[in-house]
Design a protein around this ligand. Structure first.
Ligand code: NAD
Ligand code: ZN
Length: 381
């Protein structure tokens, strides 16, 4: 089958690889029709992880079931399914608590939890930027879509990751109707946090970034764009909130954050968040930070230790939720919002490309080139 593989830093290629196939009786095999490039793929793409070359990327996947293992009885051949990026079992202690992002069955490494398709450190699973995808524990991991999704796959594919992840940031932050929220990052995840905050009835949604195309989408989704190239985002947010700061905050950037000069600096957003959120406020951090890699202690991006003013955080009595989104916890309800026309996450999509064009999509999305806000791939035409 054709697939997009990681070939080293800043290098992805479309290659012929062995077909994905049913390996266990609980597996489902999916012919991928729609799959996205995510900001999380860029961690691998930019070489900041220990991804081995030859791995197929892609964790935001949707397609048609073409074969099911002997032990699968809920999902049927012909079903159109969206796949949460987390690969989970449904029966471990964490899955029982709804923490599908910390499944202890599907990540085979000792002392690790949580698995995903085509992702460094999150199990050996192949990604879905390919013609075919093997889905472990298929009955549990397939979200069966309604018939009308066939003609609207670009909305429904967002249920695999970024819509639930944006929603999760507002859940971790404890956002309530009528409250204000400061969101750092207007990439796809920050934009989905903006959409979620709108749906939840936030009174003011202030979203920080510096790219005009992304800030324009903030406005379209009902947020107030805060351009951090025009001055301190904290000051701008304080001005919008009578000097108090927002009730809640969301971090949707991660360790590739830029500093005021536009240089990369991973501790920018956490300090800004602490200073933009009021006393006793709370925040959700879904931007990815990675653990320490002992092999490269001097590498800013592999250090794991990200400095932020913990003293101010403590003094203000704030709280913070972190981590990967347990997609499955939310996606049935978010599906209903799409189905009933109350959410249209595809609004942020700028490009729909074939698999052959994927390397070009990675290059533009990685540079945050103007107009490349979210890239969707169609591996089977
Ligand atoms: P992206 O890189 O396209 O978006 C990040 C945005 O943040 C960019 O527009 C960038 O200009 C902006 N930014 C950079 N520095 C900033 C700063 N100092 N202040 C404000 N904005 C700043 O990526 P994305 O797809 O939106 O993903 C964002 C993050 O979310 C990534 O770290 C990704 O890995 C992570 N993510 C996490 C989960 C999860 O489950 N927790 C799921 C999906 C993605
Ligand atoms: Zn993603």
């Amino acid at each position: 089958m054709k697939a997009l593989v990681y070939d080293g830093p800043m290098d992805v290629k479309v290659k012929d690889v062995p077909d994905a196939r049913i390996e266990k009786p609980t597996d489902v095999l999916v012919r991928i029709t729609t799959t996205n490039i995510c900001g999380s793929d860029l961690h691998m793409y930019e070489g900041r992880t220990d991804m081995e070359t030859g791995r197929v990327l892609g964790h935001e996947n949707l397609g048609e079931v073409i074969e099911v293992g002997q032990a699968v009885d809920r999902v049927k051949v012909g079903d159109l399914v969206c796949l949460p990026f987390n690969i989970s079992c449904g029966f471990c202690e964490n899955c029982e608590r709804g923490l599908f992002s910390y499944c202890t069955t599907t990540n085979p490494e000792p002392r690790m939890a949580g698995a995903a398709y085509g992702f460094a450190d999150m199990g050996p699973y192949s990604g879905g930027q390919a013609e075919l995808l093997r889905v472990p524990y298929g009955d549990h991991n397939c979200l069966i879509l309604p018939p009308e999704a066939r003609d609207n796959q670009v909305d429904y594919v967002m249920l695999s990751d970024i819509f639930p992840t944006g929603w999760h940031s507002t859940e971790l932050a404890g956002l309530l109707p009528g409250e204000t929220i400061a969101i750092y990052g207007a990439g796809p995840v920050g934009l989905m946090a903006t959409l979620s905050a709108t749906i939840k009835g936030a009174s003011k949604i202030m979203v920080v970034d510096r790219h005009p195309d992304r800030l324009a989408l903030v406005e379209k989704l009902g947020g107030i764009p805060i351009d951090d190239s025009k001055g301190s985002p904290v000051d701008q947010i304080l001005e919008h909130t009578d000097g108090l700061g927002a009730h809640r905050g969301a971090e949707c950037v991660g360790y590739q954050a830029h500093d005021p000069q536009g240089h990369e600096h991973p501790n920018m957003t956490l300090n800004n968040l602490v200073n933009s959120v009021r006393f006793a406020g709370s925040m959700g951090v879904v931007g990815v930070f990675i653990p320490q890699d002992p092999g490269s202690p001097d590498d800013l991006y592999k250090r794991g230790e990200v400095a932020f003013d913990y003293g101010m955080f403590w003094f203000k009595g704030q709280s913070m939720g972190t981590g990967q989104c347990p997609v499955k916890r939310y996606n049935r309800k978010l599906l209903n919002l799409i189905r009933e026309g109350k959410a249209k996450p595809s609004q942020i999509v700028s490009h729909e490309l074939s698999l052959d064009q994927a390397p070009e999509g990675y290059a533009h999305f990685d540079k945050r080139d103007m107009g490349w806000t979210k890239v969707v791939l169609h591996p089977n035409g």
